[in-house]
Design a protein around this ligand. Structure first.
Ligand SMILES: [Ca+2]
Length: 331
Protein backbone atom coordinates (compact mmCIF):
# COMPACT_ATOMS: atom_id res chain seq x y z
CA UNK A 1 0.00 0.00 0.00
CA UNK A 2 1.24 3.47 -0.81
CA UNK A 3 2.29 5.62 2.13
CA UNK A 4 0.74 8.98 1.26
CA UNK A 5 2.62 10.83 3.98
CA UNK A 6 5.92 9.46 2.72
CA UNK A 7 5.01 10.41 -0.85
CA UNK A 8 4.10 13.91 0.27
CA UNK A 9 7.42 14.28 2.09
CA UNK A 10 9.39 13.05 -0.94
CA UNK A 11 7.44 15.22 -3.37
CA UNK A 12 7.90 18.20 -1.07
CA UNK A 13 11.61 17.50 -0.94
CA UNK A 14 11.88 17.23 -4.73
CA UNK A 15 9.90 20.45 -5.10
CA UNK A 16 11.91 22.15 -2.36
CA UNK A 17 8.80 23.03 -0.39
CA UNK A 18 9.47 21.19 2.91
CA UNK A 19 9.46 23.11 6.17
CA UNK A 20 12.58 22.72 8.36
CA UNK A 21 10.72 20.21 10.56
CA UNK A 22 9.61 18.20 7.54
CA UNK A 23 13.18 18.16 6.22
CA UNK A 24 14.35 16.61 9.48
CA UNK A 25 11.60 13.99 9.25
CA UNK A 26 12.42 13.32 5.58
CA UNK A 27 16.14 12.80 6.27
CA UNK A 28 15.43 10.61 9.27
CA UNK A 29 13.09 8.40 7.21
CA UNK A 30 15.59 8.12 4.36
CA UNK A 31 18.38 7.16 6.75
CA UNK A 32 16.49 4.35 8.47
CA UNK A 33 14.18 2.86 5.82
CA UNK A 34 15.32 1.09 2.69
CA UNK A 35 11.70 0.96 1.47
CA UNK A 36 11.49 4.75 1.84
CA UNK A 37 14.72 5.17 -0.11
CA UNK A 38 13.42 2.93 -2.89
CA UNK A 39 10.24 5.00 -2.99
CA UNK A 40 12.37 8.16 -3.19
CA UNK A 41 13.96 6.94 -6.42
CA UNK A 42 10.63 5.86 -7.86
CA UNK A 43 9.28 9.36 -7.38
CA UNK A 44 12.57 10.96 -8.46
CA UNK A 45 12.16 9.13 -11.74
CA UNK A 46 8.66 10.54 -12.11
CA UNK A 47 10.13 13.97 -11.45
CA UNK A 48 12.69 13.38 -14.17
CA UNK A 49 15.55 13.65 -11.71
CA UNK A 50 16.92 10.15 -11.81
CA UNK A 51 18.37 10.32 -15.28
CA UNK A 52 19.82 13.70 -14.42
CA UNK A 53 21.51 12.15 -11.42
CA UNK A 54 22.64 9.11 -13.35
CA UNK A 55 24.30 10.90 -16.23
CA UNK A 56 26.67 12.48 -13.77
CA UNK A 57 27.61 9.21 -12.16
CA UNK A 58 29.65 6.43 -13.63
CA UNK A 59 31.78 3.57 -12.40
CA UNK A 60 35.45 3.30 -13.23
CA UNK A 61 37.35 0.12 -14.16
CA UNK A 62 37.88 -0.78 -10.51
CA UNK A 63 34.16 -0.58 -9.83
CA UNK A 64 34.47 2.65 -7.83
CA UNK A 65 31.87 5.34 -8.10
CA UNK A 66 32.99 8.36 -10.02
CA UNK A 67 31.29 11.73 -10.25
CA UNK A 68 31.99 13.70 -13.38
CA UNK A 69 31.74 17.43 -12.86
CA UNK A 70 30.97 18.72 -16.30
CA UNK A 71 31.67 22.33 -15.59
CA UNK A 72 35.32 21.73 -14.66
CA UNK A 73 36.04 18.43 -16.38
CA UNK A 74 37.42 17.16 -13.07
CA UNK A 75 36.43 13.84 -11.59
CA UNK A 76 36.90 12.26 -8.23
CA UNK A 77 36.78 8.81 -6.74
CA UNK A 78 37.71 9.74 -3.18
CA UNK A 79 35.56 10.02 -0.10
CA UNK A 80 34.39 13.48 -1.12
CA UNK A 81 32.26 11.79 -3.77
CA UNK A 82 28.89 12.56 -2.31
CA UNK A 83 29.86 16.04 -1.19
CA UNK A 84 31.00 16.66 -4.76
CA UNK A 85 27.77 15.28 -6.11
CA UNK A 86 25.64 17.40 -3.86
CA UNK A 87 27.56 20.54 -4.77
CA UNK A 88 27.08 19.66 -8.42
CA UNK A 89 23.36 19.45 -7.85
CA UNK A 90 23.34 22.72 -6.00
CA UNK A 91 24.86 24.38 -9.03
CA UNK A 92 22.22 22.79 -11.20
CA UNK A 93 19.49 24.11 -8.90
CA UNK A 94 17.74 20.78 -8.97
CA UNK A 95 15.43 19.40 -6.32
CA UNK A 96 18.30 17.19 -5.19
CA UNK A 97 20.11 20.33 -4.12
CA UNK A 98 19.45 19.82 -0.44
CA UNK A 99 20.78 16.27 -0.29
CA UNK A 100 23.76 16.20 2.01
CA UNK A 101 26.78 14.00 1.30
CA UNK A 102 25.94 11.17 3.68
CA UNK A 103 22.26 11.15 2.78
CA UNK A 104 22.98 11.04 -0.95
CA UNK A 105 25.26 8.05 -0.39
CA UNK A 106 22.55 6.32 1.59
CA UNK A 107 19.99 7.06 -1.12
CA UNK A 108 22.16 5.62 -3.86
CA UNK A 109 22.77 2.51 -1.79
CA UNK A 110 19.40 1.10 -2.83
CA UNK A 111 20.06 1.15 -6.55
CA UNK A 112 19.40 -2.25 -7.99
CA UNK A 113 20.53 -1.32 -11.50
CA UNK A 114 23.46 -3.44 -12.70
CA UNK A 115 26.49 -1.28 -12.10
CA UNK A 116 28.03 -1.62 -15.51
CA UNK A 117 24.73 -1.18 -17.27
CA UNK A 118 23.95 2.18 -15.77
CA UNK A 119 22.69 4.71 -18.25
CA UNK A 120 25.09 7.22 -19.68
CA UNK A 121 24.17 10.39 -21.50
CA UNK A 122 21.49 9.27 -23.97
CA UNK A 123 21.57 9.80 -27.70
CA UNK A 124 18.88 12.39 -28.44
CA UNK A 125 16.79 12.42 -31.62
CA UNK A 126 14.78 15.65 -31.89
CA UNK A 127 11.00 15.38 -32.21
CA UNK A 128 10.45 19.12 -32.10
CA UNK A 129 12.27 22.25 -30.98
CA UNK A 130 10.90 25.75 -30.46
CA UNK A 131 12.69 29.04 -29.90
CA UNK A 132 9.89 31.19 -31.32
CA UNK A 133 12.20 32.58 -34.02
CA UNK A 134 9.40 32.49 -36.63
CA UNK A 135 7.55 35.04 -34.53
CA UNK A 136 4.39 32.93 -34.68
CA UNK A 137 2.62 33.10 -31.33
CA UNK A 138 1.00 29.97 -29.91
CA UNK A 139 -2.77 29.60 -30.26
CA UNK A 140 -4.81 30.75 -27.27
CA UNK A 141 -7.46 28.03 -27.19
CA UNK A 142 -6.17 26.09 -24.20
CA UNK A 143 -5.24 22.44 -24.63
CA UNK A 144 -4.84 21.65 -28.39
CA UNK A 145 -6.68 18.80 -30.10
CA UNK A 146 -4.62 19.06 -33.28
CA UNK A 147 -0.98 18.11 -33.63
CA UNK A 148 2.14 20.17 -34.13
CA UNK A 149 1.04 23.56 -32.91
CA UNK A 150 1.58 25.21 -29.56
CA UNK A 151 -1.54 26.28 -27.73
CA UNK A 152 -2.48 27.33 -24.24
CA UNK A 153 -3.02 30.60 -22.43
CA UNK A 154 -2.38 34.15 -23.69
CA UNK A 155 1.25 34.70 -24.71
CA UNK A 156 3.29 36.93 -26.98
CA UNK A 157 6.50 36.38 -28.95
CA UNK A 158 8.95 39.15 -28.06
CA UNK A 159 12.60 40.22 -28.50
CA UNK A 160 14.94 41.26 -25.66
CA UNK A 161 13.22 43.51 -23.16
CA UNK A 162 13.59 44.90 -19.66
CA UNK A 163 17.23 43.77 -19.57
CA UNK A 164 16.29 40.18 -20.28
CA UNK A 165 17.70 38.46 -23.40
CA UNK A 166 16.42 35.30 -25.16
CA UNK A 167 18.50 32.26 -24.26
CA UNK A 168 18.34 31.01 -27.85
CA UNK A 169 18.08 33.21 -30.96
CA UNK A 170 16.49 36.66 -30.96
CA UNK A 171 13.00 35.88 -29.69
CA UNK A 172 11.32 34.29 -26.70
CA UNK A 173 7.79 33.70 -25.48
CA UNK A 174 6.28 35.99 -22.87
CA UNK A 175 3.57 34.48 -20.70
CA UNK A 176 0.89 37.15 -20.37
CA UNK A 177 -2.10 35.57 -18.67
CA UNK A 178 -3.28 32.41 -16.93
CA UNK A 179 -6.44 32.18 -19.01
CA UNK A 180 -7.16 31.48 -22.64
CA UNK A 181 -9.71 32.71 -25.11
CA UNK A 182 -13.18 31.75 -23.92
CA UNK A 183 -11.95 29.85 -20.86
CA UNK A 184 -14.93 28.87 -18.72
CA UNK A 185 -14.60 30.24 -15.20
CA UNK A 186 -11.20 31.91 -15.62
CA UNK A 187 -11.31 33.47 -12.14
CA UNK A 188 -8.70 31.96 -9.88
CA UNK A 189 -6.44 30.88 -12.76
CA UNK A 190 -2.79 31.36 -11.85
CA UNK A 191 -0.90 29.01 -14.24
CA UNK A 192 0.29 30.19 -17.65
CA UNK A 193 0.08 27.00 -19.71
CA UNK A 194 1.51 25.92 -23.04
CA UNK A 195 0.85 22.55 -24.70
CA UNK A 196 1.92 20.72 -27.83
CA UNK A 197 0.48 17.45 -29.11
CA UNK A 198 2.95 15.25 -31.02
CA UNK A 199 1.87 12.30 -33.16
CA UNK A 200 4.17 9.31 -32.55
CA UNK A 201 2.13 6.74 -34.50
CA UNK A 202 4.83 6.63 -37.17
CA UNK A 203 7.13 5.33 -34.41
CA UNK A 204 4.64 2.59 -33.44
CA UNK A 205 7.11 -0.24 -33.92
CA UNK A 206 9.67 1.41 -31.69
CA UNK A 207 7.08 2.52 -29.13
CA UNK A 208 5.70 -1.05 -28.97
CA UNK A 209 9.00 -2.22 -27.49
CA UNK A 210 8.21 -0.27 -24.32
CA UNK A 211 11.74 1.13 -24.38
CA UNK A 212 11.02 4.47 -25.99
CA UNK A 213 11.85 7.41 -23.75
CA UNK A 214 10.76 10.97 -24.53
CA UNK A 215 12.63 13.88 -23.00
CA UNK A 216 11.22 17.41 -22.87
CA UNK A 217 13.08 20.49 -21.67
CA UNK A 218 12.48 24.22 -21.57
CA UNK A 219 14.21 27.34 -20.26
CA UNK A 220 12.46 29.83 -17.98
CA UNK A 221 13.21 33.34 -16.77
CA UNK A 222 11.55 36.42 -15.30
CA UNK A 223 12.23 40.08 -14.69
CA UNK A 224 13.04 41.01 -11.10
CA UNK A 225 9.95 40.61 -8.93
CA UNK A 226 9.22 41.44 -5.28
CA UNK A 227 11.09 38.94 -3.10
CA UNK A 228 7.99 37.65 -1.33
CA UNK A 229 6.33 36.68 -4.62
CA UNK A 230 6.79 33.06 -5.60
CA UNK A 231 6.82 31.92 -9.22
CA UNK A 232 7.41 28.38 -10.42
CA UNK A 233 8.12 26.59 -13.67
CA UNK A 234 7.13 23.14 -14.84
CA UNK A 235 7.66 20.69 -17.69
CA UNK A 236 5.49 17.58 -18.05
CA UNK A 237 4.97 14.81 -20.58
CA UNK A 238 1.81 12.74 -21.04
CA UNK A 239 1.35 9.63 -23.18
CA UNK A 240 -2.14 9.58 -24.71
CA UNK A 241 -4.26 7.65 -27.20
CA UNK A 242 -6.47 8.84 -30.05
CA UNK A 243 -9.48 7.59 -28.04
CA UNK A 244 -8.66 10.02 -25.23
CA UNK A 245 -8.20 12.92 -27.66
CA UNK A 246 -11.60 12.15 -29.21
CA UNK A 247 -13.32 12.19 -25.80
CA UNK A 248 -14.04 15.85 -25.15
CA UNK A 249 -15.17 15.15 -21.59
CA UNK A 250 -11.84 13.63 -20.60
CA UNK A 251 -9.40 15.41 -22.91
CA UNK A 252 -9.23 18.49 -20.76
CA UNK A 253 -6.45 20.30 -18.93
CA UNK A 254 -7.99 19.29 -15.60
CA UNK A 255 -8.25 15.58 -16.42
CA UNK A 256 -5.61 14.73 -19.03
CA UNK A 257 -3.06 13.55 -16.47
CA UNK A 258 -5.60 11.27 -14.84
CA UNK A 259 -6.67 9.67 -18.11
CA UNK A 260 -3.32 9.56 -19.90
CA UNK A 261 -1.56 6.18 -20.22
CA UNK A 262 1.35 7.57 -18.24
CA UNK A 263 2.77 10.93 -17.32
CA UNK A 264 5.93 12.45 -15.91
CA UNK A 265 6.39 15.86 -14.41
CA UNK A 266 9.43 17.79 -13.38
CA UNK A 267 7.52 19.41 -10.59
CA UNK A 268 7.47 23.11 -10.29
CA UNK A 269 10.77 24.56 -9.20
CA UNK A 270 11.08 28.15 -8.15
CA UNK A 271 12.25 30.84 -10.59
CA UNK A 272 15.40 32.40 -9.17
CA UNK A 273 14.45 36.08 -9.57
CA UNK A 274 17.68 36.83 -11.46
CA UNK A 275 16.95 38.04 -15.03
CA UNK A 276 20.56 37.29 -15.99
CA UNK A 277 20.07 33.54 -15.60
CA UNK A 278 17.70 31.13 -17.33
CA UNK A 279 16.42 28.14 -15.39
CA UNK A 280 16.36 24.74 -17.10
CA UNK A 281 13.61 22.25 -16.42
CA UNK A 282 13.43 18.84 -18.04
CA UNK A 283 11.71 15.53 -17.58
CA UNK A 284 11.52 12.14 -19.24
CA UNK A 285 8.76 9.60 -19.79
CA UNK A 286 9.07 6.00 -20.92
CA UNK A 287 6.17 5.56 -23.34
CA UNK A 288 3.73 2.71 -22.74
CA UNK A 289 3.51 0.48 -25.87
CA UNK A 290 -0.03 1.72 -26.66
CA UNK A 291 1.03 5.38 -26.88
CA UNK A 292 -0.16 7.15 -30.03
CA UNK A 293 0.46 10.78 -29.08
CA UNK A 294 2.68 12.64 -26.67
CA UNK A 295 1.41 15.81 -25.00
CA UNK A 296 4.13 18.17 -23.81
CA UNK A 297 3.22 20.72 -21.15
CA UNK A 298 5.32 23.76 -20.26
CA UNK A 299 4.14 26.32 -17.71
CA UNK A 300 4.92 29.17 -15.38
CA UNK A 301 2.68 29.63 -12.38
CA UNK A 302 2.29 31.55 -9.18
CA UNK A 303 3.11 29.58 -6.03
CA UNK A 304 0.85 26.63 -5.24
CA UNK A 305 0.51 27.35 -1.53
CA UNK A 306 -2.76 28.98 -0.53
CA UNK A 307 -0.75 31.71 1.15
CA UNK A 308 1.05 32.60 -2.09
CA UNK A 309 -0.08 35.66 -3.95
CA UNK A 310 -1.81 34.70 -7.20
CA UNK A 311 -2.92 36.78 -10.13
CA UNK A 312 -4.35 36.00 -13.55
CA UNK A 313 -1.67 38.15 -15.24
CA UNK A 314 2.11 37.72 -15.37
CA UNK A 315 4.27 40.86 -15.12
CA UNK A 316 7.46 39.66 -16.88
CA UNK A 317 7.76 35.90 -17.39
CA UNK A 318 9.41 34.13 -20.29
CA UNK A 319 9.90 30.69 -21.86
CA UNK A 320 12.46 29.83 -24.56
CA UNK A 321 14.35 26.95 -26.16
CA UNK A 322 11.81 24.15 -25.74
CA UNK A 323 13.14 20.79 -26.91
CA UNK A 324 11.36 17.47 -27.22
CA UNK A 325 13.48 14.44 -28.16
CA UNK A 326 13.63 10.68 -28.13
CA UNK A 327 16.28 9.65 -25.60
CA UNK A 328 18.13 6.45 -26.51
CA UNK A 329 20.04 4.90 -23.60
CA UNK A 330 20.86 1.67 -25.43
CA UNK A 331 24.26 2.67 -26.82
CA1 LIG B 1 16.52 33.58 -13.85
Amino acid sequence: MKDLHLDQLISGFLDDTLSPQEKVEFESLMMRSEAARARFWELAEVHGLMSQAMVNLSVDDRGDWKVETRSTGLSTTDTSLWREASSLYRRRKSGVALVGGVLLGVLFSVFSLPVRGMPQQPKLTPLTAESFETGIAPAVVGIPTTVDNWSGDFTNVVASRDGLTPVDGDKMLQILRADYQGKPEPDGSYCGDLYRLIDVRSLAKQVATGDTVVRASAMFNMTAQPQHENFRHNVSIMAVTSDLIANENLFDAATIVEYSLASASRQSLRLDNDPQTWELSECELRLPPETEYVMVYVAISYGHSKNDLRRITFPGHFIDDIRVSLADYSH
